[in-house]
Design a protein around this ligand. Structure first.
Ligand code: 3MF
Ligand code: MG
Length: 344
């Protein structure tokens, strides 16, 4: 099983523990050292923000950007790692304070589309086949601050501009309903794929589904994944867990809702996800309480739990399942699932 699935994470998943209410609690680990962790923890793919690959991107010329990206590519090759995707990080710049693509300020919108194109260039150099668009600040704190119709048109225009700029690059939209904004545009995979269908090349626009984001939208992550899988549009996942409607916790996969995690693995198996060659991304965060020397367990534990759940899915008695379904006895089916998960 471990060799059927490929796993990835981003450098931001090994982090110093700062949160909105307190500073860092662990020392910073350099990118080169983080790369060494990947294979040790059982991972083959690296997810990037554009400025994870090229720090201070806005201050760099195209030539400087490409040189840095080539150096990162050499580091990846040296470690035997693959770049899965690159995502433009628009939410940290003052220019993106009110969003990039949907900002009311035309200068911000222009900058955001420019960053999207630069992200494609970086992705090509790193060998990543797609860009991820997490639309962090593309939303509002108060409804009256933007014209939502214009905002959606601006999003479509930005994606089209990228598809025209780079005729091969693909885009996976990572929907999230809120945080950092009160409400974000494109809150679910349904919105993302509807937007995709309106672009100049729908075949190059798909989705990445994060467990916590779906739960924050009040939806079942496994159904969100199944929806995308049924259309051949699940291009990556950010598996993690989330204990109800609160801030985006990025907990270890399966740690809050083991049965929910089982069902996510079940639809990935039903949808032939491992055969697609796509990565299982784990967008998990270590608890702030975790000592520095123990701050990667959330990644290896998430992978271990995932693989144990693959085994649970594959060993669930199919005859019991079909008998319960034939009898329409979902009470019995439920007990069988719970007993199977409990190992009894
Ligand atoms: C925010 C996220 C992000 C995105 C990442 C790539 C920090 O809730 O999940 O992770 O996944 O920026 O798009
Ligand atoms: Mg994510």
């Amino acid at each position: 099983m471990a060799d059927e699935y490929r796993f990835s994470f981003g450098p931001w998943n090994v982090h110093e523990g700062a949160d909105p209410f307190g500073p860092v609690v662990r020392p910073t680990i350099g990118f080169g050292k983080k790369l060494k962790y990947y294979k040790q923890l059982g991972f083959d793919g690296v997810q990037f923000h554009d400025d994870d690959a090229v720090p201070d991107l806005d201050e760099k010329s195209d030539g400087e950007m490409e040189k840095t990206a080539r150096e990162v590519r050499a580091m990846l090759d040296g470690e035997g790692l693959l770049a899965e995707f690159v995502a433009p990080r628009l939410w940290e710049s003052p220019l993106g304070v009110d969003g990039g693509f949907t900002s009311n300020d035309p200068a911000s919108r222009k900058w955001a589309v420019g960053r999207l194109k630069r992200t494609a260039t970086i992705a090509n150099i790193l060998g990543a086949e797609f860009i991820v668009l997490w639309l962090a600040r593309e939303g509002t704190y108060i409804r009256e601050s933007k014209n939502a119709l214009d905002a959606h048109r601006h999003l479509l225009d930005a994606i089209n501009e990228l598809l025209e700029f780079d005729k091969k690059m693909q885009i996976a939209i990572e929907p999230k309903p809120n945080e950092p904004m009160d409400h974000a545009y494109i809150p679910t995979i349904g919105h993302a794929l509807a937007l995709a269908s309106q672009t100049v090349d729908p075949s190059r626009v798909g989705g990445l589904i994060e467990t916590a984001h779906a739960i924050l939208a009040g939806l079942d992550p496994s159904d969100e994944m199944a929806f995308a899988l049924s259309m051949g549009k699940l291009w990556s996942v950010h598996l993690n867990d989330q204990n109800g409607l609160k801030f985006d916790e990025d907990k270890t996969f399966g740690a809050a809702n083991l049965r929910g995690a089982y069902n996510q693995v079940r639809v990935l198996e039903l949808g032939g996800y491992p055969q697609s060659g796509r990565f299982v991304g784990l967008d998990v965060k270590a608890m702030r309480t975790q000592p520095a020397e123990l701050a990667t367990g959330h990644l290896s534990n998430s992978r271990t739990i995932f693989l144990k759940l693959v085994e649970k899915v594959r060993t669930f008695p199919k005859d019991v399942e079909s008998q319960c379904i034939a009898n329409r006895d979902y009470e019995a089916l439920e007990l069988a699932v719970i007993e199977h998960l409990l190992g009894g």
